[in-house]
Design a protein around this ligand. Structure first.
Ligand code: NCD
Length: 468
C-alpha cells in the first residue's frame, strides 16, 4: 500500500518576495524596529547587540549549497540573538550531497532536526522544491538566478531607515548584471509593488530576464519608457524607466509603449550589483563602475548607494567614506530583518504571526497545470531545478496557466509563450495562439502541453479541426 506523505496542514514558506503581502512586509519592519529599540548597539544603531529569548528552544537549519558569507552568518546570528540554536550544512562537499543525495531527501530529513530551514542553492526554483518536501517553514536564501527575498527585505528596510522618502516616492536606479542577479529580481518586484519608479541601468547584454520584465509590465502595472541615465564616466548609460502606472504620471510617457523620456531629475537610490560570473558562460566584458565621477551629476546629490555585497570592482572603495554610501549598514540590517522574519514565521514575535496556509503558500491567482515528468512540456529554463538529474524524480512539470496565455514554471517562474495544448479526451491538439486563457483554463484537467506541434504529433495526437 502506498504510504501517504505527511505534510503539516498549515505552514508558511517564503520562497519569493511575492509570497509576502505588502502589509506583512510592513509588519515585519515594525517587528525589526521594535527589536532595534530594545537591543540596538548604542554606538551603532543598525547593529543588534543583545540576545533575547523569544525563539528559545527552536532550531534553525541552514542548508547552503552555494558560497555565502552574509546570508548564512546573518541568519545564524539572527537565530542566536533570538535565543534559538542553529545547525548548518554549509559545504556540499562534506554533506550527503557529495554522495548524491537529492535536495528533496535532505530537506525531508532536515525537517526532523530543525524547526525552520534556510536554503541556498545554485538552481533556480530550488527553494520551492524544498518547500514541497519540508514539513517545517522554508526560507529562500537565494536560488540560482531566481530570487533572494530576504536580501530585498534588508534593502527595503535600509531605505526605510536611511532616507526620508516613502517607497512610492522613490526613483531607484539598479545597475549591473540585472539578468543574473537574483537580488535584483526580488528587489524590482518589491519596488514595483510599493510604487517606486525604477531606472534600469543594465550592463551591456545583461538586462532583466524577459519574464521579469513582462511581469513588471503586465502584472505590476508598470509603464516602460526608455531614456538615458547620465553618469560621469559610464558612457551615458541607456536606461529604461519602469514607472508604476499612476494616472498623474501618464503625461510623462507618450502613448506608444516605449518612448524616449527625459532623464529622471533625481535619483534617490543607486543599487549596484556585481557581474554574476557563476551564472554566465561568457566572460565579463564592459561593466558599469559606480564611482565618484559617476555620482558627480547633480541628480545623485542626495542618493543612497546600496549593494548586496560582495563587490568585485564595480563599486569603487573610495565611496566607502562618502555619506551617500549605506551598503555596510544594509549588511548590518541583515541581522535584525532576519530576526524579524524568523520571529513572525515561528510566531514568537511582538507582531502577529504570518498567516499559515495549507501547503505553505497562499492560493495562486492562476490555475495550476501539473503532470508527471516526461509527459509533455517541461520548463524552458535549463537551470531550473526540474532539470537537475537528482531532483527530476521528485519534481513534476508544474506551471501556472497565466493570462496571455502563457505557462509559468511553479518552481523558477520562467514563462513559456509557445506551446501546444493536446486534449486527452479528443486526442487532438491546437497550436499556441488559437486557444484563449479561458478555454485552456476550462479544459485544463484533460490537457497535456507539448513544446511543439511535432512533439504533440509524435505523442499520438492529431491536429484539431475546429476550436473548442
Ligand atoms: C548576493 C547573492 O548571493 O545573491 N549576496 C548576498 O546574499 N548578499 C549578491 C551576490 O552574490 O552578488
Amino acid at each position: 500500500m502506498a504510504k501517504k506523505r505527511s505534510s503539516p496542514a498549515a505552514l508558511r514558506h517564503v520562497t519569493s518576495i511575492n509570497d509576502l503581502s505588502k502589509d506583512e512586509v510592513e509588519r515585519l519592519f515594525r517587528e525589526a524596529d521594535g527589536i532595534l529599540e530594545t537591543s540596538a548597539d548604542p554606538h551603532a544603531p543598525h547593529r543588534v547587540a543583545r540576545t533575547g529569548d523569544g525563539a528559545k528552544g527552536f532550531i534553525l537549519g541552514a542548508l547552503f549549497y552555494e558560497p555565502s558569507t552574509r546570508t548564512r552568518l546573518s541568519f545564524e546570528t539572527a537565530m542566536l540573538r533570538l535565543g534559538g540554536a542553529t545547525i548548518s550544512s554549509a559545504d556540499p562537499a562534506t554533506s550527503s550531497a557529495a554522495k548524491g543525495e537529492s535536495l528533496a531527501d535532505t530537506v525531508r530529513v532536515a525537517s526532523n532536526y530543525a524547526d525552520i530551514l534556510v536554503l541556498r542553492h545554485p538552481r533556480d526554483g530550488a527553494a520551492r522544491l524544498a518547500a514541497e518536501y519540508a514539513s517545517v517553514p522554508v526560507i529562500n536564501g537565494g536560488d540560482g538566478a531566481h530570487e533572494h527575498p530576504t536580501q530585498t527585505l534588508c534593502d527595503l528596510y535600509t531605505l526605510r531607515r536611511q532616507q526620508p522618502r516613502k517607497f512610492k516616492d522613490l526613483n531607484v536606479a539598479v545597475s549591473g548584471d540585472l539578468k543574473g542577479s537574483r537580488t535584483i529580481h526580488s528587489f524590482v518586484y518589491a519596488l514595483a509593488r510599493f510604487g517606486a519608479n525604477i531606472v534600469l541601468m543594465p550592463a551591456k547584454g545583461m538586462g532583466l530576464p524577459d519574464h521579469v520584465f513582462e511581469r513588471l509590465r503586465d502584472e505590476f502595472n508598470c509603464e516602460i519608457a526608455s531614456g538615458r541615465a547620465a553618469g560621469g564616466n559610464v558612457s551615458a548609460v541607456d536606461a529604461l524607466y519602469v514607472t508604476p502606472n499612476r494616472p498623474h504620471q501618464l503625461s510623462l510617457i507618450a502613448n506608444t509603449e516605449i518612448e524616449v523620456r527625459d532623464e529622471a531629475d533625481r535619483i534617490d537610490v543607486v543599487y549596484v550589483t556585481r557581474f554574476q560570473k557563476e551564472r554566465w558562460k561568457e566572460a565579463k566584458q564592459e561593466y558599469p563602475k559606480i564611482d565618484r565621477a559617476f555620482l558627480k551629476d547633480k541628480r545623485y546629490a542626495n542618493t543612497r548607494i546600496l549593494h548586496p555585497l560582495p563587490r568585485v570592482g564595480e563599486l569603487d572603495t573610495s565611496l566607502d567614506e562618502d555619506e551617500r554610501a549605506v551598503y555596510f549598514e544594509q549588511a548590518a540590517y541583515g541581522v535584525v530583518v532576519r530576526m524579524a522574519l524568523i520571529s513572525l514565521m515561528l510566531g514568537v514575535g511582538e507582531q502577529s504571526e504570518l498567516a499559515r496556509h495549507d501547503g505553505g503558500f497562499g492560493a495562486s491567482k492562476w490555475p495550476v497545470y501539473d503532470r508527471p515528468p516526461g509527459t509533455g512540456l517541461s520548463c524552458a529554463n535549463p537551470n531550473c531545478i526540474v532539470h537537475d538529474e537528482l531532483e527530476r524524480k521528485h519534481c513534476r512539470d508544474k506551471f501556472h496557466l497565466v493570462e496571455g496565455p502563457k505557462l509559468r514554471c511553479v518552481y523558477c517562474e520562467t514563462d513559456t509563450h509557445e506551446f501546444v495544448a493536446a486534449d486527452t479526451r479528443s486526442h487532438r491538439f491546437h497550436s499556441t495562439g488559437k486557444d484563449t486563457w479561458e478555454s485552456l483554463t476550462k479544459a485544463l484537467p484533460s490537457l497535456i502541453f507539448y513544446p511543439t506541434l511535432d512533439a504533440a504529433a509524435a505523442a499520438g495526437y492529431s491536429p484539431r479541426r475546429r476550436a473548442v
